[in-house]
Design a protein around this ligand. Sequence first.
Ligand SMILES: NC(=O)c1ccc[n+]([C@@H]2O[C@H](COP(=O)([O-])OP(=O)(O)OC[C@H]3O[C@@H](n4cnc5c(N)ncnc54)[C@H](OP(=O)(O)O)[C@@H]3O)[C@@H](O)[C@H]2O)c1
Length: 230
Amino acid sequence: MRPKVCIVSGVTLDGKISIGPDVSSKETMPLPLKVRAYLHRLRSLFDAISVGCNTVKVDNPYLTVEYVKGKSPIRIVPCSKADVSPYSHVFREPEKAILVTSRNAPEERVKTFQERGVRVIFAGEKRVEVEKMLTSLADMGIKSLMVEGGAKLNGELISKGFLDEMVLIHHPMVVGLKDAPFFAEGEMGTPQRFNLRDVKFLEGFLITRWTPVSSPSFSNSGTSQASCIA
Ligand SMILES: NC(=O)c1ccc[n+]([C@@H]2O[C@H](COP(=O)([O-])OP(=O)(O)OC[C@H]3O[C@@H](n4cnc5c(N)ncnc54)[C@H](OP(=O)(O)O)[C@@H]3O)[C@@H](O)[C@H]2O)c1
């Protein structure tokens, strides 16, 4: 068993999620207020929310619900070596945050999170394995997970077939830099195809919702095609 997984990402017209490597998209690709409120409404619909640890280092996001009424999801950070600050914004409410790490992470670093009150789960020997991470989250009662990037975490979830839905917020801009991260990076093997489910316009932004096309090479791990955000 695993939670339903929905990637929600801001993406430029040329498929980038930031204007350069290790450049914060939060600062360089701001969203208008109504679109931010839409993003926060989506967050409020999920049990948990996750970003890869490089996004924590570069963007330092809160991942909470601020612009609409609603409950903030539990914040999940996969980080194999636990080499991220336990004082990052995402761990601000430690009882509502989980660090997912590997047995390879130095004990001292793991301890700093535990002492701060952040729950730590181990999901892999050398590296966080997403399948183990998702199984552990399901065991904890987490039924739905929103993923807000970055490129590597998105890529891993898509290539392994652990994605039920994605919502893309299309920034009306072209970056044109080859080093800027793409929406999904990693070893995709075969191209993954998607069905368009919904289209929305908000303050000059196009927002699209997609579900993966089921195929023998793209397993949905037994979950249905029902919307994560319906
Ligand atoms: N436009 C948007 O909506 C948006 C949203 C978020 C981020 N961003 C941008 O994306 C960029 C960061 O993206 P990124 O690709 O460098 O980083 P990322 O995906 O946020 O984090 C990648 C790191 O997460 C860790 N990780 C742990 N387990 C993993 C797994 N199973 N699969 C993949 N990663 C795993 C890895 O570090 P370890 O090997 O140490 O574990 C990996 O290097 C920034 O520029 C940020 O501004 C944009």
